[in-house]
Design a protein around this ligand. Structure first.
Ligand code: PRP
Length: 208
């Protein structure tokens, strides 16, 4: 049976394509700069869909794709009910709370948090018994505290360059992020052998 794989477009996607290539799957068409979104590789028994990174878990949850490659950050934020099969060890970074270098928390009022990850922010602050107000943004989150729009941000930190260049600092680390191979729960039952084969190959290639 053909297995369909949802892959993220962009930076993480390129790393994922290289893992697939090492696994022996044909990915040359994925590397092309075309606008095509569906690629079929009949000999390998796989079909790829290229989707926005934050949508991968949704395609898999709804069964439009059987498996997918997704960052732990967007996987948690999506709340998708899927199986997490393997840590691929790529796309490593940290989900953090960050603020201006001289920031001191005022525990007498709700902390204003700017973020692309409202669910992560709410869960984390709730677990640490602090009240927050969330401002949902879609990028350049670091600007919010600089302009006084928020007290802190909840965002990904990879090298720390963005924070440093904007005079911000990490105040708390929430969790470590890396890309995961996920599967649709029903697909994992009726395409078990095919999916296990993909997991086995990826395990070998990533040394996990
Ligand atoms: C991500 C993240 C930080 C930055 C962290 O943004 O939101 O801004 O990368 O990386 P660093 O620690 O290596 O500097 P992205 O590049 O995805 O763009 P965005 O601001 O549009 O979200």
């Amino acid at each position: 049976m053909m297995v369909s794989i949802a892959l993220p477009k962009g930076r993480l996607g390129n790393k994922a394509y290289s893992i697939l290539q090492k696994c022996g799957y044909t990915v040359s068409e994925l590397m092309d700069d075309s606008r095509k979104l569906v690629f079929e590789n009949a000999e390998s028994g796989v079909r790829y869909f290229l989707v926005k990174p934050s949508d991968v878990a949704i395609y898999v949850e709804y069964g439009a794709a059987d498996v997918g490659v997704v960052g732990k950050d967007v996987l948690i934020e999506s709340g998708a009910d899927v199986y997490e099969l393997l840590d691929l060890g790529i796309g490593k970074c940290r989900m953090c709370v960050a603020a201006k270098e001289d920031y001191v928390e005022d525990t007498g009022r709700a902390t204003v948090v700017a973020t692309k990850f409202p669910r992560v922010a709410r869960d984390y602050f709730m677990a640490t018994n602090r009240e927050i107000e969330v401002i949902k943004l879609y990028g350049s989150i670091e600007l919010a505290p600089l302009l006084g729009m928020s007290d802190v941000i909840v965002d990904l930190v990879e090298t720390g360059t963005t924070l440093k260049e904007n005079r911000l600092k990490v105040t708390e680390e929430i969790f470590s992020v890396s890309a995961r191979l996920i599967a649709n729960k029903a697909a994992y039952k009726f395409k078990e052998n095919e999916i296990r084969e993909i997991v086995a190959r990826m395990k070998e290639v990533t040394g996990k």
